[in-house]
Structures are given as C-alpha cells and as structure tokens.
Design a protein around this ligand. Structure first.
Ligand code: HPA
Length: 273
C-alpha cells in the first residue's frame, strides 16, 4: 500500500472536526501507562475504530482511543493505546499515528513506553529519558515513495530526540519523586522478549534499555521535523539479569506501581513545554 499525504489528512481532518480545536502537544501512552489519559480535563474521546484510515489497537494494556483535552493549561491530544510491529502492521503502516498527530498541528510529541533495563545501574521503576536509539533490524516506516509534504527522502537522525526537551525533562526530574536517567533505547521488534545472550550483546553495543515500540514513531517524527521527547519506564530488568522469566504481568504491574509520580512528572513537563 502506498500512503499519500491525503491518506493521512483524511484522518486528521476527521479528528479536527471532532475536537473543534488544534492540540499543541501530542502524547502516546505505553503499556500500563494509560492512566495519564484520566488527567485530561473536558476530554473529547474518539475510539480508533471511528477514525477513517486509522489503525486498530490489539495489544494488551492498550485502550485504543484518541483523547483531546486540557492538561496543565495546554491543549493535548493523547493516544491511549499504540501500535506495534508485532501486532502485524507493516513498518510503513506504523507511520500513520505520528503523521496524523503532526497534521493536527502539535508542536511537540511525547512518547512513553515500558522497557526492560539493560543497564545494570537501572532499577525497575526508574525512568530513562531517551537520548538516542539503536535499531539494527530491517526496514523503516519511511520506506517506499517519499511523501515530500512531510520531509525529504533522506533525513537526519542526529537530534531526533530533541536536545532542549531532554534537558527540560532532566531538569524537572530533580523535583519529581522518580529516579531519572538518560540513555540509549534498543529497538526489539518482539513479541518475544530477548534472550539473555541478546541482552549481553545489546549492553556491549551501547543499549541501556530495550523495548518493542517508540522507534517507528521517532523515525516518523524526525522525518517531519516534529520535536520529540521519549520516556521509558523500566518495568523489569532485561532477560538474564535476574533468574526469573519475563512476563507481561510484571511489566504492567511495575508500570501501574509508578503511575502517580510518573503522571505528575509528565504533567510538569507538559506545563513547561
Ligand atoms: N524487552 C522488550 N520489551 C519490553 C521489555 C523487555 O524486557 N519490558 C517491557 N517491554
């Protein structure tokens, strides 16, 4: 399937009509991190199924709706439920959410995700501000005919994770109750968790955390010059660090356990963007 500018615009026009206003900031919520959606004042909620040309969410812990409302005085559009390669979407289809958010007019995008801690100095419940990523697996959401309205064929990834948003997040961490690091996110397409040997390789190659999302969205945001902040919640130590199997229950449990301080932290960031 070839996606044209008009393909994405159809979804965005529909949402703008429903919202009645343009959002300033977009946020995509990760596994177990959907509670933030409850913070929106006077929300307008649109299930993904009603949005033309959009995708449908199938992942555990993901609600599947777009919300528009006010947080900390800012107009925010929130995707409660995201889309992943392991659900069966092509990487190209995974360009849809961020391009639609871009067309809504947001001036910054915040991505949150659950991730496994590869860096042995990190603990479950810690946060990592993503400084950069490593994706050695094949493909790109920007593969295929370039949509020139969004950006050029070949595009820079040198400051995909916007430096001043990272600096803001690290500064605001000081007054939050969370332990916040800055590090490199390794993209693992999943749905299997990694093997212990893969985690040792990821660590040797410079990854601090590993997860199955975010990178397709970061690539899409970078292509269309959308300022980006991405926050990983360490929901577990990565495979092989502890002598226990990894489960999605553990991931959701840890994410839920830091819900309150994480929500406060993200609200503070939104207030100051
Ligand atoms: N690996 C990959 N994705 C994840 C993990 C992990 O350990 N934890 C949460 N998402």
């Amino acid at each position: 399937m070839t996606f044209t500018y008009d393909y994405y615009k159809k979804s965005a026009d529909f949402l703008l009509e429903r919202f009645g206003e343009r959002p300033e900031i977009g946020i995509i919520l990760g596994s177990g991190l959907g509670h933030f959606a409850g913070e929106l004042e006077d929300p307008v909620t649109v299930p993904y199924g009603e949005i033309p040309n959009f995708l449908r969410s199938t992942a555990v812990g993901h609600a599947g709706q777009m919300l528009f409302g006010t947080v900390a005085g800012k107009k925010v559009v929130c995707m409660s439920g995201r889309f992943h390669y392991y659900e069966g979407y092509s990487l190209e289809e995974l360009s849809i959410p961020v391009r639609v958010l871009k067309l809504l007019g947001i001036r910054a995008l915040i991505l949150t995700n659950a991730a496994g801690a590869v860096n042995l100095d990190y603990k479950p419940g810690d946060i990592m501000v993503i400084s950069d990523h490593i994706k050695l697996s094949l493909g790109s959401p920007m593969r295929g005919a370039n949509v020139d309205e969004f950006g050029p064929r070949f595009f820079d990834m040198g400051s995909a994770y916007t430096p001043n948003l990272r600096a803001l997040a690290l500064k605001l961490a000081e007054r939050s109750k969370l332990t916040v690091h800055e590090g490199v996110y390794w993209y693992a397409p999943g749905p299997q968790y990694e093997t212990p040997a893969e985690i040792r390789a990821i660590r040797a190659l410079g990854g601090d955390a590993v997860g199955m999302s975010t990178v397709t969205e970061a690539l899409t945001a970078s292509h269309c010059s959308l300022p980006l902040l991405a926050l990983s919640v360490m929901t577990n130590m990565a495979a092989g660090v502890l002598p226990v199997p990894l489960t999605s229950e553990e991931v959701i449990e840890t994410a839920n356990a830091i819900e309150a301080p994480f929500t406060e932290y993200v609200k503070d960031i939104i207030a100051n963007i």
